[in-house]
Design a protein around this ligand. Sequence first.
Ligand SMILES: Nc1ncnc2c1ncn2[C@@H]1O[C@H](COP(=O)(O)OP(=O)(O)OP(=O)(O)O)[C@@H](O)[C@H]1O
Length: 312
Amino acid sequence: MISVEGLTKRYGDVPAVEDVSFHCAPGTVTGFLGPNGAGKSTTMRMICGLTPPSSGTATVQGVPYGRIANPGRHVGVLLDAAAQHAGRTGRETLALTAMLTGVGRDRAGAMLDLVGLSGRPARRRVAGYSLGMRQRLGIAQALVGDPSVLILDEPANGLDPEGIFWMRGLLRDFADRGGTVLLSSHLLREVEAVADRFVVIAGGRIAARGTKEELLAAPGRTLVRGVDGAALGAALAGAGLRPRPDTGGAFLVEAPAEAVGRAAASAGVVLLELREAGGGGLEELFLSLTASGGRPSGTPVPSPHGLEGASL
Ligand SMILES: Nc1ncnc2c1ncn2[C@@H]1O[C@H](COP(=O)(O)OP(=O)(O)OP(=O)(O)O)[C@@H](O)[C@H]1O
């Protein structure tokens, strides 16, 4: 279990992460999604005790990471695949990790097999590894201590399509055996196929969280496009509907389609499109949540345990 409560990190006056709360349960993969600079890495670093929070708490298995004795036996962490000793071979890297975490050296060999780096690649120095090979080594390193929790920051970065497919299977299997996985990405497609739940962050704040079904079932979000975008925006704003510009001159509005249509009609604005915003699937939702760098106006953020009973 990973529990994050009100985590906030400010660099000077600049907030990198603000009041972020979520929980990751055993047996699930949580996709931690957000565009570049959204605050994913900062949040993960705070969970792992590498960046002190300005306020808030994070625990893994009920304990702050820094207070876990021999954390590698409980939490596998991959935050930066490039941060490996370039002069060591893959096998040496894993043997050292196995030694430090107190598991048998044979575990290093098993992990090299698991990530497809056994044989010649294992004898090569990390300096000669591609980014994808470093990611595989980093995943092996995270798994050496046989942890029950995995925290992986953009692990698919640099992996080829076959590697991404392989990693999905590995993480699914890990969660299906009761493990907890927190997996970040700025690409929805990378995590959509494997994640049970999603936490979407934008501009340092939680924009949404829940299962795919919960995210898409959120009622009352409408996409609307008119012949005259400026007139439509003014009409919606005049009706107190707070439109947010979307792609192609459209607006997203946190209101049912009927209310949006009536607002346009009473201002005499001709519409070209009027539909529920959820129809575009998770990708459209993700883009709309993150495009403006934060939470849609008027959107309540539900409890850390999900979206149950709340609108998005
Ligand atoms: N050490 C630091 N000093 C100042 N600002 C920082 C520092 N680390 C991160 N930030 C800022 O905090 C914000 C969040 O950065 P973070 O790296 O957490 O985002 P991210 O979602 O992981 O992005 P990416 O997908 O590009 O890795 C950014 O605006 C970044 O510039």
